[in-house]
Design a protein around this ligand. Sequence first.
Ligand SMILES: [Ca+2]
Ligand SMILES: [Ca+2]
Ligand SMILES: [Ca+2]
Ligand SMILES: [Ca+2]
Length: 438
Amino acid sequence: MGTTLYVDWVLGAWACLAVLASAAAMGADVQWRHLSSKTGDLPVPGESTQQTAAVVGDFAKDGVNGFILGFRQKAPALVWYRKTAAGWDRYVIEKEYLTIEAGGAVCDIDGDGLPDIVFGGDWQSNQVWWWKNPEPPYDPKVSWKRYTIKKSGATQHHDQAFGDFKGTGRPQLAFWNQGTKKLFIADIPARPTEVDVWPATEVFSGSAGENPGKYAEGLSAADVDGCGKPEILAGNYMFKYLGDNKFKAVKLGDVGGLIFAGRFKPGKYLNVVIAPGDGSGPLRWYECTGDPTESRSWLGHDLAGRDMIHPHSLQVADIDGDGNLDIFCAEMAKWTESRKDPDNPNAKAYIFWGDGKGNFRKTEFASGMGFHEARVADLNADGKLDILSKPYNWDVPRVDVWLQVAAPAGGAAAAPAAAGAAPAATEASAAGKPAIGL
Ligand SMILES: [Ca+2]
Ligand SMILES: [Ca+2]
Ligand SMILES: [Ca+2]
Ligand SMILES: [Ca+2]
Protein backbone atom coordinates (compact mmCIF):
# COMPACT_ATOMS: atom_id res chain seq x y z
CA MET A 1 0.00 0.00 0.00
CA GLY A 2 2.81 2.40 0.89
CA THR A 3 4.53 1.84 -2.44
CA THR A 4 1.29 2.27 -4.30
CA LEU A 5 0.65 5.56 -2.57
CA TYR A 6 4.15 6.85 -3.33
CA VAL A 7 3.92 5.99 -7.01
CA ASP A 8 0.52 7.58 -7.28
CA TRP A 9 1.70 10.81 -5.68
CA VAL A 10 4.55 10.92 -8.21
CA LEU A 11 2.08 10.47 -11.05
CA GLY A 12 0.20 13.50 -9.87
CA ALA A 13 -2.25 14.71 -7.30
CA TRP A 14 -5.36 14.17 -9.43
CA ALA A 15 -4.51 10.56 -10.24
CA CYS A 16 -3.68 9.92 -6.61
CA LEU A 17 -6.99 11.31 -5.49
CA ALA A 18 -8.86 9.09 -7.94
CA VAL A 19 -7.03 5.94 -6.82
CA LEU A 20 -7.48 6.73 -3.15
CA ALA A 21 -11.10 7.53 -3.72
CA SER A 22 -11.58 4.30 -5.62
CA ALA A 23 -9.96 2.28 -2.85
CA ALA A 24 -12.02 4.01 -0.21
CA ALA A 25 -15.26 3.74 -2.13
CA MET A 26 -17.88 1.07 -1.61
CA GLY A 27 -16.63 -0.09 1.74
CA ALA A 28 -13.18 -1.24 0.74
CA ASP A 29 -11.42 0.48 3.63
CA VAL A 30 -14.02 0.08 6.32
CA GLN A 31 -12.85 -1.68 9.46
CA TRP A 32 -14.74 -2.63 12.58
CA ARG A 33 -14.04 -3.16 16.26
CA HIS A 34 -16.39 -5.80 17.61
CA LEU A 35 -17.60 -5.31 21.18
CA SER A 36 -19.92 -7.73 22.95
CA SER A 37 -21.56 -8.33 26.30
CA LYS A 38 -20.12 -11.85 25.90
CA THR A 39 -16.62 -10.44 26.32
CA GLY A 40 -17.52 -7.87 28.96
CA ASP A 41 -17.41 -4.84 26.66
CA LEU A 42 -21.05 -4.00 27.41
CA PRO A 43 -23.33 -4.86 30.34
CA VAL A 44 -25.43 -8.01 29.85
CA PRO A 45 -28.95 -6.93 28.73
CA GLY A 46 -30.87 -8.94 31.33
CA GLU A 47 -32.14 -12.44 31.99
CA SER A 48 -34.65 -12.70 29.17
CA THR A 49 -33.84 -15.27 26.53
CA GLN A 50 -36.21 -13.62 24.06
CA GLN A 51 -34.73 -10.26 23.07
CA THR A 52 -37.29 -8.68 20.79
CA ALA A 53 -36.69 -4.97 20.20
CA ALA A 54 -33.93 -2.40 19.67
CA VAL A 55 -34.13 1.33 18.96
CA VAL A 56 -31.42 4.00 18.83
CA GLY A 57 -31.72 7.64 19.83
CA ASP A 58 -30.11 10.57 21.56
CA PHE A 59 -32.39 10.08 24.52
CA ALA A 60 -30.42 12.29 26.93
CA LYS A 61 -30.11 15.06 24.32
CA ASP A 62 -26.38 15.26 24.94
CA GLY A 63 -25.33 14.69 21.33
CA VAL A 64 -24.50 11.02 21.89
CA ASN A 65 -26.73 8.17 20.76
CA GLY A 66 -27.82 5.50 23.16
CA PHE A 67 -29.99 2.48 22.52
CA ILE A 68 -32.94 0.78 24.15
CA LEU A 69 -33.45 -2.98 24.07
CA GLY A 70 -36.83 -4.64 24.65
CA PHE A 71 -37.64 -8.10 25.96
CA ARG A 72 -40.38 -10.57 26.68
CA GLN A 73 -40.30 -13.81 28.70
CA LYS A 74 -38.58 -12.13 31.68
CA ALA A 75 -38.40 -8.70 33.29
CA PRO A 76 -37.14 -6.06 32.89
CA ALA A 77 -39.04 -5.17 29.73
CA LEU A 78 -36.75 -2.30 28.64
CA VAL A 79 -33.14 -1.32 29.28
CA TRP A 80 -31.30 1.76 28.00
CA TYR A 81 -27.59 1.75 27.18
CA ARG A 82 -25.92 5.14 27.64
CA LYS A 83 -22.43 5.75 26.28
CA THR A 84 -19.71 6.51 28.76
CA ALA A 85 -16.05 7.26 28.11
CA ALA A 86 -15.14 3.61 28.66
CA GLY A 87 -18.21 1.78 27.42
CA TRP A 88 -21.92 1.84 28.24
CA ASP A 89 -24.00 2.12 31.39
CA ARG A 90 -27.24 0.15 31.59
CA TYR A 91 -30.40 1.88 32.86
CA VAL A 92 -33.55 -0.11 33.55
CA ILE A 93 -36.36 2.05 32.18
CA GLU A 94 -39.21 -0.50 32.45
CA LYS A 95 -38.60 -2.82 35.36
CA GLU A 96 -41.91 -4.65 34.97
CA TYR A 97 -42.52 -7.77 32.93
CA LEU A 98 -44.18 -6.95 29.60
CA THR A 99 -44.28 -9.01 26.44
CA ILE A 100 -42.60 -6.47 24.16
CA GLU A 101 -42.79 -7.28 20.44
CA ALA A 102 -40.17 -6.49 17.80
CA GLY A 103 -40.35 -2.94 16.52
CA GLY A 104 -40.48 0.29 18.49
CA ALA A 105 -40.29 3.95 17.53
CA VAL A 106 -38.82 7.17 18.89
CA CYS A 107 -40.64 10.52 18.94
CA ASP A 108 -41.04 13.47 21.30
CA ILE A 109 -44.67 12.61 22.02
CA ASP A 110 -45.38 15.21 24.70
CA GLY A 111 -43.38 17.98 23.03
CA ASP A 112 -41.03 18.68 25.93
CA GLY A 113 -37.93 18.38 23.73
CA LEU A 114 -36.90 14.93 24.93
CA PRO A 115 -37.45 11.88 22.71
CA ASP A 116 -39.99 9.40 24.06
CA ILE A 117 -40.44 5.78 23.01
CA VAL A 118 -43.20 3.47 21.77
CA PHE A 119 -43.29 -0.30 21.87
CA GLY A 120 -46.11 -2.75 21.16
CA GLY A 121 -47.20 -5.94 22.89
CA ASP A 122 -46.69 -9.30 21.20
CA TRP A 123 -49.20 -12.12 20.52
CA GLN A 124 -49.90 -12.24 24.26
CA SER A 125 -50.88 -8.57 24.57
CA ASN A 126 -53.48 -6.23 23.06
CA GLN A 127 -51.56 -3.15 24.24
CA VAL A 128 -49.32 -0.54 22.68
CA TRP A 129 -47.41 1.68 25.11
CA TRP A 130 -45.36 4.83 25.21
CA TRP A 131 -42.87 5.86 27.86
CA LYS A 132 -42.23 9.49 28.75
CA ASN A 133 -38.57 10.41 28.84
CA PRO A 134 -38.02 11.96 32.28
CA GLU A 135 -35.74 14.92 32.71
CA PRO A 136 -32.08 14.44 33.51
CA PRO A 137 -30.45 13.50 35.75
CA TYR A 138 -31.56 9.96 35.01
CA ASP A 139 -31.66 7.28 37.68
CA PRO A 140 -30.58 3.86 36.34
CA LYS A 141 -33.03 2.18 38.71
CA VAL A 142 -36.15 4.30 38.17
CA SER A 143 -38.55 3.28 35.41
CA TRP A 144 -39.85 5.82 32.93
CA LYS A 145 -43.57 6.48 33.28
CA ARG A 146 -45.62 4.27 30.99
CA TYR A 147 -48.85 5.24 29.19
CA THR A 148 -51.07 3.22 26.89
CA ILE A 149 -51.88 4.05 23.28
CA LYS A 150 -54.05 0.97 22.71
CA LYS A 151 -55.38 -1.40 25.35
CA SER A 152 -58.13 -3.46 23.75
CA GLY A 153 -58.92 -5.48 20.66
CA ALA A 154 -56.60 -7.89 18.92
CA THR A 155 -53.07 -8.78 20.03
CA GLN A 156 -49.60 -8.38 18.48
CA HIS A 157 -48.05 -5.12 17.33
CA HIS A 158 -44.88 -5.84 15.35
CA ASP A 159 -43.47 -2.49 14.09
CA GLN A 160 -44.37 1.15 14.47
CA ALA A 161 -43.28 4.34 12.70
CA PHE A 162 -43.81 8.05 13.21
CA GLY A 163 -44.22 10.55 10.38
CA ASP A 164 -46.38 13.48 9.39
CA PHE A 165 -48.05 11.35 6.75
CA LYS A 166 -51.17 13.53 6.73
CA GLY A 167 -49.35 16.87 6.73
CA THR A 168 -50.95 18.11 9.96
CA GLY A 169 -47.73 19.66 11.22
CA ARG A 170 -47.31 16.98 13.93
CA PRO A 171 -46.22 13.37 13.45
CA GLN A 172 -48.74 10.55 13.53
CA LEU A 173 -48.06 7.01 14.72
CA ALA A 174 -48.52 4.20 12.21
CA PHE A 175 -48.66 0.72 13.74
CA TRP A 176 -49.43 -2.82 12.70
CA ASN A 177 -51.90 -4.94 14.65
CA GLN A 178 -51.10 -8.42 13.35
CA GLY A 179 -53.89 -10.09 15.37
CA THR A 180 -56.44 -8.34 13.21
CA LYS A 181 -54.24 -8.08 10.08
CA LYS A 182 -54.56 -4.31 10.00
CA LEU A 183 -52.37 -1.26 9.74
CA PHE A 184 -53.55 1.75 11.76
CA ILE A 185 -52.67 5.41 12.03
CA ALA A 186 -53.25 7.58 15.11
CA ASP A 187 -52.74 11.29 15.74
CA ILE A 188 -50.77 12.14 18.86
CA PRO A 189 -53.40 13.46 21.30
CA ALA A 190 -53.13 17.11 22.36
CA ARG A 191 -52.46 16.03 25.97
CA PRO A 192 -50.97 12.55 25.64
CA THR A 193 -50.24 12.13 29.37
CA GLU A 194 -53.91 12.63 30.19
CA VAL A 195 -55.37 9.88 27.98
CA ASP A 196 -54.89 6.12 27.77
CA VAL A 197 -56.17 5.48 24.24
CA TRP A 198 -55.19 7.21 21.01
CA PRO A 199 -58.09 7.13 18.53
CA ALA A 200 -56.81 5.20 15.50
CA THR A 201 -58.09 4.76 11.99
CA GLU A 202 -57.47 1.87 9.63
CA VAL A 203 -54.99 2.40 6.80
CA PHE A 204 -55.05 -1.11 5.40
CA SER A 205 -56.38 -4.58 6.06
CA GLY A 206 -55.07 -7.84 4.66
CA SER A 207 -51.85 -9.56 3.69
CA ALA A 208 -48.75 -7.57 2.84
CA GLY A 209 -46.39 -10.02 1.18
CA GLU A 210 -45.76 -12.33 4.16
CA ASN A 211 -44.91 -16.03 3.88
CA PRO A 212 -47.91 -18.41 4.19
CA GLY A 213 -49.03 -18.66 7.82
CA LYS A 214 -46.94 -15.64 8.86
CA TYR A 215 -47.96 -12.05 9.53
CA ALA A 216 -47.46 -8.76 7.74
CA GLU A 217 -44.65 -6.65 9.21
CA GLY A 218 -42.25 -3.80 8.55
CA LEU A 219 -42.90 -0.07 8.82
CA SER A 220 -41.06 3.11 7.95
CA ALA A 221 -41.70 6.66 6.76
CA ALA A 222 -40.19 8.28 3.67
CA ASP A 223 -41.22 10.89 1.12
CA VAL A 224 -40.87 8.45 -1.77
CA ASP A 225 -42.66 10.58 -4.38
CA GLY A 226 -41.19 13.93 -3.30
CA CYS A 227 -44.60 15.48 -2.59
CA GLY A 228 -43.38 16.97 0.67
CA LYS A 229 -45.14 14.45 2.93
CA PRO A 230 -43.75 11.02 3.84
CA GLU A 231 -45.55 7.92 2.66
CA ILE A 232 -46.11 4.92 4.94
CA LEU A 233 -43.98 1.97 3.85
CA ALA A 234 -45.28 -1.32 5.26
CA GLY A 235 -44.87 -4.95 4.20
CA ASN A 236 -44.77 -4.85 0.41
CA TYR A 237 -46.80 -1.64 0.14
CA MET A 238 -46.48 2.08 -0.04
CA PHE A 239 -49.45 3.98 1.37
CA LYS A 240 -49.97 7.43 -0.13
CA TYR A 241 -52.17 9.89 1.74
CA LEU A 242 -55.25 11.02 -0.19
CA GLY A 243 -56.81 13.24 2.49
CA ASP A 244 -59.74 12.62 4.83
CA ASN A 245 -57.87 9.80 6.64
CA LYS A 246 -57.72 7.74 3.43
CA PHE A 247 -54.63 6.19 1.86
CA LYS A 248 -53.97 4.66 -1.54
CA ALA A 249 -52.30 1.25 -1.25
CA VAL A 250 -49.57 0.75 -3.86
CA LYS A 251 -48.07 -2.74 -3.98
CA LEU A 252 -44.35 -2.47 -4.74
CA GLY A 253 -43.46 -6.15 -5.08
CA ASP A 254 -44.56 -9.67 -4.19
CA VAL A 255 -42.48 -10.19 -1.05
CA GLY A 256 -43.11 -8.03 2.01
CA GLY A 257 -41.28 -7.47 5.26
CA LEU A 258 -38.86 -4.93 6.68
CA ILE A 259 -39.03 -1.96 4.32
CA PHE A 260 -37.02 1.24 3.93
CA ALA A 261 -36.49 3.88 1.25
CA GLY A 262 -33.41 5.66 -0.02
CA ARG A 263 -31.88 7.00 -3.22
CA PHE A 264 -29.81 4.17 -4.65
CA LYS A 265 -29.60 5.69 -8.13
CA PRO A 266 -30.44 9.05 -9.65
CA GLY A 267 -34.11 9.55 -10.31
CA LYS A 268 -37.20 11.54 -9.52
CA TYR A 269 -38.40 9.16 -6.82
CA LEU A 270 -36.78 7.29 -3.95
CA ASN A 271 -35.99 3.61 -4.22
CA VAL A 272 -37.29 1.06 -1.72
CA VAL A 273 -35.70 -2.08 -0.28
CA ILE A 274 -37.62 -4.96 1.29
CA ALA A 275 -36.34 -7.97 3.31
CA PRO A 276 -38.72 -10.77 4.28
CA GLY A 277 -38.10 -10.37 8.07
CA ASP A 278 -39.75 -13.30 9.79
CA GLY A 279 -39.97 -15.30 6.59
CA SER A 280 -37.61 -16.35 3.84
CA GLY A 281 -37.28 -15.07 0.32
CA PRO A 282 -35.39 -12.65 -1.88
CA LEU A 283 -33.98 -9.34 -0.68
CA ARG A 284 -35.00 -6.86 -3.36
CA TRP A 285 -34.70 -3.16 -4.06
CA TYR A 286 -37.23 -1.40 -6.21
CA GLU A 287 -37.13 1.52 -8.58
CA CYS A 288 -40.02 3.50 -9.97
CA THR A 289 -40.21 3.52 -13.76
CA GLY A 290 -43.34 5.66 -14.08
CA ASP A 291 -46.14 6.86 -11.83
CA PRO A 292 -45.13 5.97 -8.24
CA THR A 293 -48.76 5.48 -7.21
CA GLU A 294 -49.20 2.63 -9.71
CA SER A 295 -47.94 -0.85 -8.80
CA ARG A 296 -46.86 -1.60 -12.37
CA SER A 297 -44.30 1.21 -12.20
CA TRP A 298 -42.18 -0.57 -9.60
CA LEU A 299 -39.37 -2.74 -10.86
CA GLY A 300 -37.55 -5.09 -8.44
CA HIS A 301 -33.86 -6.03 -8.41
CA ASP A 302 -32.40 -8.90 -6.42
CA LEU A 303 -29.54 -8.06 -4.06
CA ALA A 304 -28.31 -11.22 -2.34
CA GLY A 305 -28.40 -13.71 -5.22
CA ARG A 306 -30.28 -16.22 -3.06
CA ASP A 307 -33.25 -16.35 -0.72
CA MET A 308 -32.46 -14.77 2.64
CA ILE A 309 -33.50 -16.78 5.71
CA HIS A 310 -35.31 -14.73 8.36
CA PRO A 311 -33.46 -11.52 7.44
CA HIS A 312 -34.87 -9.60 10.42
CA SER A 313 -32.30 -6.80 10.18
CA LEU A 314 -32.45 -4.26 7.36
CA GLN A 315 -30.94 -0.79 7.37
CA VAL A 316 -30.24 1.86 4.73
CA ALA A 317 -27.33 4.23 5.41
CA ASP A 318 -24.16 5.58 3.84
CA ILE A 319 -22.04 3.33 6.02
CA ASP A 320 -18.63 4.21 4.58
CA GLY A 321 -19.44 7.90 4.10
CA ASP A 322 -18.62 7.96 0.37
CA GLY A 323 -21.85 9.82 -0.43
CA ASN A 324 -23.71 6.75 -1.68
CA LEU A 325 -26.29 4.81 0.31
CA ASP A 326 -25.46 1.27 1.37
CA ILE A 327 -27.73 -1.53 2.59
CA PHE A 328 -27.16 -3.70 5.66
CA CYS A 329 -29.12 -6.95 5.85
CA ALA A 330 -28.65 -9.84 8.28
CA GLU A 331 -30.29 -13.17 8.98
CA MET A 332 -31.41 -14.71 12.25
CA ALA A 333 -29.57 -17.85 13.37
CA LYS A 334 -32.34 -19.07 15.65
CA TRP A 335 -36.02 -18.43 16.23
CA THR A 336 -37.61 -21.71 17.38
CA GLU A 337 -37.96 -21.73 21.17
CA SER A 338 -38.39 -25.49 21.49
CA ARG A 339 -35.00 -26.46 20.07
CA LYS A 340 -31.59 -25.81 21.52
CA ASP A 341 -29.56 -25.76 18.33
CA PRO A 342 -29.77 -22.93 15.81
CA ASP A 343 -32.41 -23.10 13.06
CA ASN A 344 -30.02 -21.38 10.65
CA PRO A 345 -26.46 -22.00 11.89
CA ASN A 346 -24.84 -20.39 8.84
CA ALA A 347 -26.74 -17.13 9.21
CA LYS A 348 -25.10 -14.33 7.26
CA ALA A 349 -24.91 -10.59 7.64
CA TYR A 350 -24.14 -8.64 4.48
CA ILE A 351 -23.34 -5.09 3.53
CA PHE A 352 -24.30 -4.09 0.00
CA TRP A 353 -22.11 -1.13 -0.86
CA GLY A 354 -23.91 1.20 -3.24
CA ASP A 355 -22.26 3.22 -6.00
CA GLY A 356 -25.17 5.66 -6.21
CA LYS A 357 -25.98 4.43 -9.72
CA GLY A 358 -28.01 1.39 -8.76
CA ASN A 359 -25.10 -1.03 -8.45
CA PHE A 360 -24.07 -2.77 -5.26
CA ARG A 361 -20.96 -4.63 -4.11
CA LYS A 362 -21.90 -7.40 -1.69
CA THR A 363 -19.57 -8.15 1.22
CA GLU A 364 -20.03 -10.58 4.10
CA PHE A 365 -20.07 -8.77 7.43
CA ALA A 366 -20.54 -11.77 9.72
CA SER A 367 -21.26 -15.49 9.49
CA GLY A 368 -22.78 -17.91 11.98
CA MET A 369 -24.15 -15.16 14.21
CA GLY A 370 -27.77 -14.49 15.01
CA PHE A 371 -28.82 -10.92 14.18
CA HIS A 372 -32.20 -9.41 15.00
CA GLU A 373 -33.40 -5.81 14.67
CA ALA A 374 -29.86 -4.58 14.01
CA ARG A 375 -29.43 -0.81 13.68
CA VAL A 376 -26.87 1.25 11.82
CA ALA A 377 -26.13 4.47 13.71
CA ASP A 378 -23.21 6.41 15.15
CA LEU A 379 -22.99 4.87 18.60
CA ASN A 380 -19.87 6.64 19.89
CA ALA A 381 -20.34 10.14 18.43
CA ASP A 382 -17.23 10.06 16.24
CA GLY A 383 -19.13 10.75 13.01
CA LYS A 384 -18.69 7.20 11.70
CA LEU A 385 -21.66 4.85 11.50
CA ASP A 386 -21.59 1.77 13.71
CA ILE A 387 -23.74 -1.36 13.95
CA LEU A 388 -25.86 -2.53 16.88
CA SER A 389 -27.40 -5.98 17.11
CA LYS A 390 -28.87 -8.27 19.70
CA PRO A 391 -29.89 -11.79 18.80
CA TYR A 392 -33.50 -12.83 19.35
CA ASN A 393 -32.91 -16.18 21.09
CA TRP A 394 -29.51 -17.26 19.74
CA ASP A 395 -26.75 -17.30 22.40
CA VAL A 396 -28.84 -15.04 24.65
CA PRO A 397 -28.69 -12.90 26.62
CA ARG A 398 -26.23 -10.81 24.65
CA VAL A 399 -25.78 -7.55 22.77
CA ASP A 400 -23.11 -6.65 20.21
CA VAL A 401 -21.74 -3.40 18.85
CA TRP A 402 -19.37 -2.97 15.92
CA LEU A 403 -17.64 0.39 15.99
CA GLN A 404 -16.34 1.64 12.67
CA VAL A 405 -12.69 2.48 13.13
CA ALA A 406 -10.20 4.39 11.01
CA ALA A 407 -8.37 2.24 8.50
CA PRO A 408 -4.79 1.43 9.59
CA ALA A 409 -1.51 2.60 8.01
CA GLY A 410 -1.93 3.87 4.46
CA GLY A 411 -5.67 3.47 4.42
CA ALA A 412 -5.94 6.14 7.08
CA ALA A 413 -5.05 8.79 4.55
CA ALA A 414 -7.66 7.57 2.12
CA ALA A 415 -10.73 8.25 4.17
CA PRO A 416 -10.53 12.06 4.31
CA ALA A 417 -9.46 12.22 0.66
CA ALA A 418 -12.51 10.23 -0.39
CA ALA A 419 -14.82 12.27 1.78
CA GLY A 420 -13.73 15.43 0.00
CA ALA A 421 -13.98 13.93 -3.46
CA ALA A 422 -17.33 12.22 -3.66
CA PRO A 423 -17.86 12.76 -7.42
CA ALA A 424 -14.44 11.27 -8.22
CA ALA A 425 -15.20 8.32 -5.95
CA THR A 426 -18.45 7.65 -7.75
CA GLU A 427 -16.89 7.78 -11.19
CA ALA A 428 -13.89 5.69 -10.25
CA SER A 429 -15.88 2.98 -8.55
CA ALA A 430 -18.53 2.81 -11.23
CA ALA A 431 -15.94 2.46 -13.98
CA GLY A 432 -14.00 -0.38 -12.45
CA LYS A 433 -16.48 -2.51 -10.57
CA PRO A 434 -19.25 -4.66 -11.94
CA ALA A 435 -22.61 -4.83 -10.24
CA ILE A 436 -23.00 -7.70 -7.83
CA GLY A 437 -26.10 -9.78 -7.49
CA LEU A 438 -28.22 -7.95 -10.02
CA1 LIG B 1 -40.83 13.99 25.36
CA1 LIG C 1 -44.61 11.88 -0.43
CA1 LIG D 1 -21.64 4.35 0.94
CA1 LIG E 1 -19.17 5.79 15.39
